[in-house]
Design a protein around this ligand. Structure first.
Ligand code: AMP
Length: 187
């Protein structure tokens, strides 16, 4: 089973991806995690990406698609994968479609986790005040920019996947366990 998890920053995509990995023995492909690894290793790509990520803007489609192309060809993806945080632009979605066609792979389901903007800000402020797993881009000013970018570049993808009749929407404002249950019901 191959899935796309779709939703604004702070919607709980990472948490739900972990649940699915445990349950179905799939691999999680998080472009955010991949980029953070590049930053940590101080690669050329990491150095370029850091500034963009720290502002909450998007890294270029070319870089992201090349990264995903390499990742999808790794043998562990045969177990099934969850795309978390990708695609984030219409160009990326089209790039992904071309890639999937080449590799003869299909996406079985696109799951959209819907969360209200105020709750996202609340969650991030809580994460910062509790000092838990703080990332460089975890503050309300940058989060506001990430939400703006999400609305402008990523939300239009919903229509794209609706047209392909592949999207299912989940209420992400429920407790984690209920969100998980709703996802499992769909699958
Ligand atoms: P995330 O962990 O998914 O929230 O991603 C953290 C940051 O990495 C984002 O704010 C972007 O700067 C960058 N990033 C992650 N995935 C993508 C993507 N698919 N396209 C462009 N930039 C991305």
């Amino acid at each position: 089973m191959n899935l796309i998890l779709f939703g604004p920053p702070g919607a709980g995509k990472g948490t739900q991806a972990k649940m699915l990995i445990d349950k179905f023995n799939m691999v999680q492909i998080s472009t955010g995690d991949m980029l953070r690894d590049e930053v940590k290793s101080q690669s050329d790509l990491g150095k370029r990406a850091k500034f963009i990520m720290d502002r909450g803007d998007l890294v270029s489609d070319e870089i992201i698609i090349a990264m995903i192309k390499k990742r999808l060809q790794m043998p562990d993806c045969k177990k099934g994968f969850i795309l978390d945080g990708f695609p984030r632009t219409l160009n990326q979605a089209k790039g992904l479609d071309a890639l999937l066609e080449d590799l003869k792979i299909k996406i079985d389901n696109v799951i959209q986790i819907e969360v209200d903007e105020n709750l996202l800000l609340e969650r991030i402020n809580k994460r910062v005040s509790e000092n838990e797993n703080i990332r460089n881009d975890d503050n309300s000013l940058i989060l506001k920019n990430r939400i703006k970018v999400y609305k402008k570049d990523t939300l239009p993808l919903i229509e794209y996947y609706k047209n392909l009749k592949k999207i299912n929407t989940i209420n992400g404002m429920q407790i984690i366990e209920k969100v998980s249950q709703d996802i499992l019901k769909i699958l």
